[in-house]
Each structure stands twice: as C-alpha cells, then as structure tokens.
Design a protein around this ligand. Structure first.
Ligand SMILES: [Mg+2]
Length: 249
C-alpha cells in the first residue's frame, strides 16, 4: 500500500490525534454501563470481564439496540472540554481518529449528544467494533443483537493496527502522532505514537513508567488541547512535554 492511500494524511496534517473513547472521552465505560444496568450486573461483570473482552463470553444485554443507545444517551457523561478540542482540531487540520474496543454506533450516537450534531467523518473517524443481528433477529428487538468484532485480536480490536502504517512513514511525510487513553489496552497503540496523554489515576501510568514510554498526564481535554496547541505551533515538542511531565512527578 502506498503512503498516498492512507486516509488521515490526505490533507497533509502536522498532527494526527488518535484517541481511546471509553473512560477517555466519556467519564465512564459505556460497555460496562450496559452490562451493569441492562445486562447481568456489576458483580458478574467483574468476574467475567476478561471473558467478555476476549470474546469468550457473549456480551449479554437484553434490551434491543435502539433502547441501549437511548439509555446511554441519557446516562453517559462526556468530557465537556472535548467539544472545544474537536473544533480547534477541525480548524487546524488535525484529524481525530477514535480507536475503541466499544461499539461504533454507540460512539457515534454519544458524539452526537456531546457536539449537538453528527461528527464530520472527514475530520473524526471512528474505528471500533460493530453490531450485528443475533440468530437472525432484528437488532432492535430484545436479545436481538451482538458485538461484531473488528479483528481477531484479544480485545476484538488491536488499536495499534490503525496507527502502524502512519508510524512507518518516512520522516518527511510522517506527521506527529499523539494518543490519549486511560487503560492498559491503549499501551500497544500508544507505543506507536510520539506522546501518550494518560488519564490521571489509572494503572496505565505505572506501565508507562516501567516501559519508559513518553507520556504526560491529563485530567480532562482542556489540558490535552493546551498541550496539542503548543506542539502544533512549535512552542514545545512531544519529547519536551514527556520530560516535563516526569519532572513534575
Ligand atoms: Mg478506555
């Protein structure tokens, strides 16, 4: 595949911003919310979460898919500062790529709530799992849907696959690659980028320190926006941000 075919560099951006969704743009995890409130509950989820993630157990939520989206729209909280980041990035030709092991139609619906309109697909791409009919049923009927995994990897979605072709570009063509995440499943993806924004108070930070991965800590998207602006203008670099982050600790 020639580098000209890579979609996110079509506009020659200085930066591509890859990001996780659940826990990073939302304040809680939407899959967990569904399981706890409409599925088999918190206790069983804690026992079975690994199996759900690895696809060994069926993600079991009773209501139809439409109803699930409605419940999430009413209950999920999103980081209010993401909206400002979205518009700044759009104006400054910084493509946003959401890489998630969640479900694409859910992510899209939640962005619609946050932004007040559908995200512009030329500016914000969603790479995630999909939803399919279970046993030939209508996905909006009770028990009628299941997750259709994006790839065969352990989490149903190896987030690094989306980033690798960009990381491999020759230096004169390769934009700065940034990543925001909150979980250990973000590590392989973040390793392909120049700087990881790691959410405060999560295990991810310990791993970054151990692996010597360049990272900085964020509490919400206002910090991410400020730092990304400075990297974009050349006021700072991912390397400097990572060094300063370590000094502050
Ligand atoms: Mg997450």
């Amino acid at each position: 595949m020639g580098s000209t075919e890579l979609p996110y560099i079509a506009t020659n951006p200085k930066i591509i911003f890859f990001t996780d969704f659940d826990g990073t743009i939302t304040l809680k995890d939407s899959n967990d919310y569904l399981t706890d409130n409409l599925g088999y509950g918190y206790t069983k989820r804690r026992q079975g979460n690994e199996d759900v993630l690895s696809g060994k157990a069926t993600f079991s939520v009773k209501p139809g898919f439409d109803e699930c989206i409605q419940v999430l729209k009413e209950n999920m909280q999103l980081d209010p500062y993401f909206t400002e980041f979205y518009y700044w990035a759009k104006e400054n030709n910084v493509p946003i790529v959401v890489v998630s092991s969640g479900m694409r139609p859910i992510i899209s619906a939640l962005f619609e709530v946050l932004l007040g309109h559908k995200p512009d697909p030329k500016h914000l791409a969603i790479v995630a799992n999909d939803v399919e009919s279970r046993d030939g049923k209508d996905i909006n009927s009770p028990g009628g849907w299941q997750i259709k995994y994006h790839d065969d990897s352990h989490f149903g979605h190896d987030k690094s696959l989306e980033i690798k072709p960009y990381a491999a570009l020759p230096a004169d063509k390769r934009p700065t690659l940034l990543y925001a995440g909150d979980g250990v499943s973000d590590l392989s993806a973040a390793a392909e980028t120049d700087l990881l924004f790691a959410k405060k108070g999560h295990d991810l930070i310990k791993y970054c320190e151990r692996e010597g991965m360049p990272f900085t800590i964020f509490e919400d998207w206002s910090t991410i926006l400020a730092t990304t602006k400075d990297i974009h203008s050349g006021k700072t670099s991912p390397k400097k941000v990572a060094e300063e982050g370590l000094e502050k600790r």
